[in-house]
Design a protein around this ligand. Structure first.
Ligand SMILES: Nc1ncnc2c1ncn2[C@@H]1O[C@H](COP(=O)(O)OP(=O)(O)OP(=O)(O)O)[C@@H](O)[C@H]1O
Length: 270
């Protein structure tokens, strides 16, 4: 992988909580032949680091996320979380997809408590925490509402709170704001940054928006078209909290250009 920022964390021994991926490959066997989705992925993500991932459509971003989520297995190589091989879905990994997939018949609070019910934990212990998280996400007073009574952005925030309820060490997000309009998306970026700064955890964030990747990430990874490889990483050296005005700065302009050039070298972003 080309490294334009020489971050020390690429060579340092993995710290507790880090994601460590070594020589990872994923090949799908389809009726019409083999599809190499991921090729020789090597990556270390530090504890509490926010890593954004961009790449052309079909380059294997979601495949990598599902492996990290324990929902799929790699063909070869290793993927570890806190030094342990990822062997299946884990309580300490929260996943947020593009659609929040809320149950329409459950209230906001009950949707947030869903993982607690699935894990058969004591619901009453988690109600205050759910309420506090909802308040932090700007949803105080909406606990008893139903998904249909919320805007798209609010529903996505409920999905985020639901992913946070079981206190995951790692949050995996697959284009979580892709279905939102531009203004709501900007607001969600600000919200997510605020929530992340308050709750600090490792985040693996897939997006098709270069600006969103830079705005949120400590680091942006750029993948090649399929077979997906990590082609470039850029450490985003902007102070936090970041604001939307910073997105017009020369530094951001440079990051944008580097990422665009990398993507356009082999077909554009999906
Ligand atoms: N279950 C599967 N069986 C066969 N091929 C698959 C399967 N899942 C994904 N693929 C293929 O693997 C490649 C990577 O897919 P993936 O969904 O990970 O890409 P992506 O980068 O997330 O794309 P997008 O940005 O469009 O969401 C694609 O060519 C896809 O067709």
């Amino acid at each position: 992988m080309q490294d334009q920022s020489t971050p020390a964390n690429m060579t340092a021994a993995p710290v507790a909580g880090a994601i460590t991926i070594k020589n990872l490959n994923k090949v799908f066997d389809t009726g019409s032949g083999k599809v190499v989705a991921l090729q020789d992925i090597n990556l270390t993500i530090d504890e509490d680091e926010f890593v954004s991932v961009v790449g052309p459509s079909g380059c294997g971003k979601t495949t990598l996320l599902t492996i990290l989520a324990g929902l799929a297995t790699q063909t070869s190589g290793t993927a570890e979380l806190r030094g342990a091989a990822i062997a299946g879905p884990r309580r300490d990994v929260g996943v947020v997809f593009q659609s929040p997939v809320l149950f329409p018949w459950r209230s906001v609070l009950e949707n947030v408590l869903l993982p607690i019910d699935v894990l058969r934990l004591n619901r009453s212990e988690f109600v205050p925490k759910a309420e506090a998280l909802l308040a932090m996400a700007g949803l105080a007073g909406f606990e008893k509402k139903y998904p249909a009574q919320l805007s798209g952005g609010m529903q996505q925030r409920v999905g985020l709170v639901r992913a946070l309820i079981s206190e995951p060490a790692m949050l995996l997000m697959d284009e979580p704001f892709g279905a939102l309009d531009a203004l709501t998306r900007e607001n969600m970026n600000l919200e997510l940054q605020r929530i992340w700064m308050e709750t600090r955890r490792t985040v693996f964030f897939i997006t098709h928006s270069i600006g969103e990747a830079i705005f949120l990430g400590d680091r942006v990874l750029v993948m090649t078209p399929r077979p997906g490889q990590l082609k470039l990483e850029i450490k985003i050296d902007l102070p936090r909290p970041r604001n939307l005005e910073m997105m017009a700065s020369p530094e951001v302009g440079l990051y944008m250009r580097q990422i665009r050039e990398c993507l356009s070298a082999k077909g554009g972003i999906g």
